[in-house]
Design a protein around this ligand. Sequence first.
Ligand SMILES: [Ca+2]
Length: 224
Amino acid sequence: MPENDSATTKKVRLALQAVLDAMKPYPIYDPSTMPREAKRMAFLKEYMFEDFTGCVVMEAESVGFALDESWIIQNHIPGFTGAGYLRALRAQPEKPEKGLISFNMNISSEGRWLFDVRHRHDHTNLNRQNGFWMKISDGPWKAYYSANNDKANGWEFGVTDSQSTKTSTYFVAGANRIQIAPMSDNFKLDRIVAYRENRARCAKDIATPQVGYHPWFDAAHFAE
Ligand SMILES: [Ca+2]
């Protein structure tokens, strides 16, 4: 406390100190030490979708992925669900090396699960730009294609590994994972669904919302 602090100088001094205190950086919000972007991405990459009585709906655009020019999130073509869709930017027909995206599921009903992917392919030759890579649990990476190469249907379910349109695996209770990667550029993925045999209607109904969806996790995060 200064010796000759008059009432006036004290008032000014305290007011000045209040301004200085208000501008002092609060340590935990110091931008230079807060890796906000990286922290958000880490959370998204480990996002765990919950099993909703044998039906898991996952928006393709809702989990994190490396920004290595493999995918882009878009919302240009109407008819998608959720906040948009993933569009493959990379053609890697030989093997999936880049653009791997994980979808983690917390499964409560152990047993045989089926999968499908809502997608679209827009090349005038419907046999082109129509595939992607997918790895289910510990199984091998396999090429999957749109099951429909006869006519342009827009957004649709139905993918095949060239052997069968019934893609399935055995899931244990607890954490399970599927992964995707781009194979042909321009292929678009809207949502991925996993379901028990008797829950196909829930899984294929596009009105079924994404499970574990948080209201603050909205389209604004994915604006281009
Ligand atoms: Ca979507």
